[in-house]
Design a binder for this molecule. Structure first.
Ligand code: ZN
Length: 299
């Protein structure tokens, strides 16, 4: 058997083992997430989750056929909604946003007169959301929720570095002081950071940031190489969510909140091409849980 054939075969075996062990949970529906989280979703979010993150970034692909990388942002669409501010660039989304904010604030105050006074008195979000900075992934919007519902930490490719001061402060504040009931780590399809880590260009300061993604690529090389490029990127995004959740679970403040008040953790992948969330099966074995508690729980 030639080397190429052997490599291909071992890649297929690695993929089959992975799929049987870690495939995105197909049976969880939006309803089950609602039941878990007691989050009221808007009607357009009531259809079941897809069986796996769909691979619908094809329309965003560059002419080279590769998913758009963070190093090569796609050209901006020309047909943006126009603003009617006199003298303003009709395609300027900042000017449009300022105008739309006034309309939104007035309309929200009319429709929900209690909302802004309530928000002004404090926040009691149920959810800590850790996601990607990508402009296509506005969590409160695609969850159909409102200001005050979601406490958020977003960065490029939703990467959690164990020693990162910013994400650690957000997690500790949300869990210990805001006492959120759910912690979500959410990746997404068509992620520029993931695509960059699947390539081999020097990206300067982004390289140390993307380092954990390259480590995941290294550890799962055979599996990823057995897949078409776009599917491999989605798989790496999923692996990154699992890794991020593991890091969250290694924080003592989180372990204590799970023990003391049933804090729930979730891993999600958002499909940019359809707007649909898929929930990953992130259950750990008793052996893994025991080892984690032994190594990481402190009082
Ligand atoms: Zn992203």
């Amino acid at each position: 058997m030639g080397v190429a054939r052997l490599t291909r075969r071992s890649g297929l075996i690695a993929r089959a083992v992975w799929d049987s062990k870690y495939s995105p949970r197909p049976l969880l529906t939006t309803q089950s997430l609602v039941a878990r989280s007691k989050i009221a979703l808007s009607p357009h979010h009531t259809k079941p989750f897809s069986t796996s993150p769909s691979l619908s970034c094809a329309r965003h692909q560059s002419t080279s056929g590769e998913p758009p990388s963070i190093a090569e942002p796609p050209a901006k669409p020309k047909n943006q909604t126009q603003t009617d501010i006199p003298g303003a660039d009709p395609a300027d989304r900042y000017a449009a946003g300022l105008r739309l904010n006034k309309e939104w604030a007035a309309q929200t105050a009319r429709n929900q007169p209690e909302l802004f006074p309530t928000l002004a008195s404090g926040q009691t979000p149920q959810i800590l959301w850790i996601g990607c900075s990508d402009s296509r992934c506005p969590e409160t919007t695609f969850l159909g929720l409102q200001p005050g519902d979601v406490f958020v930490h977003r960065n490029i490719a939703n990467i959690l570095h164990p020693g990162d001061l910013s994400s650690n402060a957000v997690i500790e504040y949300a869990v210990q002081y805001l006492r959120v009931n759910h912690v979500v780590v959410c990746g997404h399809t068509c992620c520029g950071g993931v695509s960059a880590a699947m390539g081999n260009k020097n990206l300067g300061i982004l390289d140390p940031w993307l380092f954990p993604l390259r480590q995941l690529r290294e550890r799962n090389l055979e599996l990823l190489q057995s897949m078409p490029a776009e599917e491999a990127s989605s798989k790496l995004a999923e692996l990154n969510v699992r890794e991020g959740l593991n890091i969250v679970k290694q924080k003592s403040v989180v372990l204590n909140a799970i023990r003391d008040r049933g804090l729930q953790l979730h891993g999600l992948v958002y499909d940019v091409g359809s707007g649909v969330l898929s929930e990953l099966d992130t259950q750990d074995s008793e052996e893994v849980i025991r080892a984690r508690l032994t190594a990481f729980q402190t009082e």
